[in-house]
Design a protein around this ligand. Structure first.
Ligand code: MRU
Length: 345
């Protein structure tokens, strides 16, 4: 199934409403910066690359809004960029896409308005197009790590729904399957929001990939029972020493994988690297509304509860067997030296 998570046609931005999956598969149209900001905050669109692409289109729409009000200038454009950047602080692709759009604005603001708008539109399209190619390359580069008959555990959703293409971690699975390998994917439910149960399971099913749903707490036992051959996840940010931020629960899986001597793979585009940060402790972790944790349960009086809801955690590079990118694979030991060298080559 060729899933288009984000569609931009005739100056109209549409996204699959991921808050409605799996019960309803519908596209919603986003017409303004405010609507884009809301959709990103509310997880109608989510996954690091997908929010970067949506934000880029959102800034183009915003530039047109400013033009129609006669206020298309750098100061106003920067204001919009900032409101987008603050939506989800952990995924670095968002900042990366916003930065690319801001740069285009600055480089072209002396031009005629129509030329500036056209430049912004083409930049957003380019970010989107590039992500499609990146996903395919990640799939190709990682597929060799997946052997015929492997049972693979994944967490959250790092598939087509999280990107502008075929995904990162799931692209590796799709490519290996196309090569004729028989894989079975165990899908972590991914509490509290359920990206695994609602999105990954649905996406794998739509692509005819054999899958089994488990709750997050079942992973340890499955590993002990030798039911898992590899773990593969995406990343929201990878820093200089190879530490990665990904959906809450990823760190625990990495520790479990090491204990059980199971390879732990991370698949992510180069746009998810943030070399300005030296180590994982410095990655900003998004804290989300406590209702995401509580609303799941039929509890009438929620006032007694004090809840913590970090959306991401940090996995040290030392627990990672390999980072799979569009440029190639960084094998363990994942270190600052190796990552610096990888970017130099
Ligand atoms: O809160 P989410 O659903 O945006 O979290 C997404 C993840 O943690 C993904 O694993 C990550 O963004 C990589 S997506 C290719």
């Amino acid at each position: 199934m060729n899933l288009e998570t984000i569609i931009f046609e005739n100056n109209t931005l549409k996204i699959i409403d991921q808050a409605k999956l799996p019960d309803q598969f519908i596209y919603i149209q986003l017409n303004s910066l405010d609507e884009v900001v809301r959709a990103i905050k509310k997880l109608n669109v989510r996954g690091a690359p997908a929010i970067g692409i949506t934000a880029a289109y959102g800034l183009y729409l915003y530039a047109r809004q400013l033009q129609s009000k006669g206020t298309l200038d750098l100061a106003h454009f920067k204001e919009g960029a900032l409101s987008l950047k603050n939506t989800r602080p952990t995924a670095v692709n968002l900042g990366w896409a916003i930065h690319s759009m801001l740069k285009q604005f600055q480089d072209n603001m002396e031009k005629e308005t129509e030329a500036l708008l056209e430049r912004l539109k083409q930049t957003a399209r380019q970010i989107h197009r590039q992500d499609k190619e990146t996903c395919l390359a990640i799939g190709k580069n990682g597929s060799g790590l997946m052997k015929d008959g492997f049972r693979i555990l994944t967490h959250c959703n790092a598939g087509a729904l999280a990107t502008g293409g075929s995904g990162t971690a799931l692209s590796v699975i799709y490519t290996a399957t196309r090569q004729g390998k028989r894989l079975h994917v165990f899908v972590d439910e991914t509490r509290p929001v359920g990206q695994g149960v609602r999105l990954t399971y649905w996406e794998l099913h739509a692509n005819d990939i054999a899958a089994t749903l488990i709750t997050d707490s079942m992973a340890a036992w499955l590993m002990k029972e030798k039911k898992i051959n590899a773990v593969i996840v995406g990343a929201d940010r990878i820093v200089n020493n190879g530490d990665i931020a990904n959906k809450i629960g990823t760190y625990g899986l990495a520790i479990l994988a090491q204990y059980h001597k199971i390879p732990f793979y991370v698949a992510a585009p180069l746009s998810s690297f943030d070399l300005s940060i030296d180590k994982g402790e410095r990655i900003p972790i998004e804290m989300r509304d406590e209702n995401e944790v509580l609303d799941f349960w039929p509890i009438k009086d929620k006032t007694k509860y004090k809840v913590l809801n970090p959306a991401f955690d940090v996995t040290p590079g030392s627990l990672i067997s390999a980072i799979i990118t569009e440029k190639g694979v960084i094998h363990q030991p994942v270190t600052a030296k190796k990552i610096t060298q990888f970017f130099k080559n």
